[in-house]
Design a protein around this ligand. Structure first.
Ligand SMILES: CC(C)(COP(=O)(O)OP(=O)(O)OC[C@H]1O[C@@H](n2cnc3c(N)ncnc32)[C@H](O)[C@@H]1OP(=O)(O)O)[C@@H](O)C(=O)NCCC(=O)NCCS
Length: 199
C-alpha cells in the first residue's frame, strides 16, 4: 500500500502561475530555460496538475499499451487524487505527467511518469523530470526513488524506461525478483537519485 504524509483530498492542486508554491503543490510557471539544455524545440511547460488534467493523463496511460496494464488507469487516478502531480504541455495539450509520493521530508518516490506514445523520445520526459526534481530539491528532498521493470525481465519496451532513468542520473540499487505488489515475472528495479549530498 502506498503511504504518504500528504493527503490532498479529491481535488488536485492547481497552481498555474508563480513559483512560490508550497512544497509539492506546484513548480511554478513554465520557464524558457531548460535545466539540462537538451530540449530546445520542445514547446510548452511544466505545471502542477489539476483535476481537469485527469482525463488527459489517463489517455496518455491508455496510449502506452506496451507499458501499462488495464488496472493502471484506476491506480493513476487514485494516486493523482491523493498525491497530486505535474504535467507538461505542448500548445495547451497535456503530453506527459508525473505523480510523486513525498513519503518523508527527505525522501520522495516517483509513482508514475509517462509521455504520450506519439510524443516520446523528443525530450518531454527529460524536461518534465528535471523540473520535478528541481522542485523537490527546492523543497528539501534529499533522495528520490523509482521502481520499474528490471532488465532481467527481458521486456524490450522497458529498455527505454531503464535508459531514461539512467541517463537522468538515477542509479539502480536493487532488483526485487518477486515484488509482492506485482504478478510473477515482473522483477522490480529500484533506482535512486540524490538531490543533495548525504555524506
Ligand atoms: C520513460 C519516458 C517517460 C521518457 O520520456 P521521453 O520523453 O520519451 O524521454 P526523453 O525524450 O526526454 O529522453 C530522455 C533520455 O532518455 C533516453 N532514452 C529514451 N529512450 C531511450 C532508448 N530507447 N534507449 C536509450 N536511451 C533512451 C534519451 O536518449 C534521453 O537521454 P539523453 O538526453 O541523455 O540523450 C517515456 O518514454 C514513457 O512514457 N515511457 C513509457 C511509460 C514508462 O515506461 N513510464 C515509466 C514507468 S516506471
Amino acid at each position: 500500500m502506498k503511504k504518504g504524509p500528504v493527503s490532498r483530498g479529491e481535488e488536485f492542486i492547481e497552481t498555474r502561475s508563480g513559483n512560490s508554491d508550497p512544497p509539492g503543490e506546484g513548480i511554478g510557471a513554465p520557464t524558457t530555460e531548460d535545466p539540462c539544455g537538451r530540449v530546445s524545440g520542445v514547446e510548452g511547460g511544466v505545471r502542477s496538475a489539476s483535476s481537469h488534467d485527469l482525463e488527459a493523463c489517463l489517455e496518455i496511460v491508455r496510449s502506452l499499451e506496451d507499458h501499462f496494464t488495464d488496472d493502471v488507469p484506476a491506480k493513476v487516478q487514485s494516486d493523482l487524487s491523493r498525491h497530486g502531480g505535474w504535467v507538461i504541455e505542448d500548445h495547451d495539450q497535456v503530453v506527459g505527467f508525473v505523480v510523486v509520493d513525498r513519503r518523508l521530508p527527505s525522501a520522495a518516490e516517483i509513482l508514475w511518469i509517462a509521455v504520450a506514445a506519439a510524443r516520446r523520445n523528443v525530450g518531454y520526459g527529460r524536461r518534465l523530470l528535471n523540473a520535478v526534481l528541481g522542485a523537490l530539491r527546492d523543497q528539501g528532498t534529499v533522495v528520490v526513488s523509482v521502481k520499474t521493470l528490471d532488465r532481467s525481465a527481458d521486456y524490450e519496451p522497458y529498455e527505454a524506461t531503464n535508459a531514461f532513468y539512467e541517463r537522468s542520473g538515477f542509479v539502480q540499487i536493487d532488483c526485487i525478483d518477486e515484488p509482492p505488489d506485482r504478478p510473477p515475472g515482473n522483477p522490480a528495479a529500484i533506482y535512486v537519485a540524490a538531490l543533495q549530498r548525504t555524506v
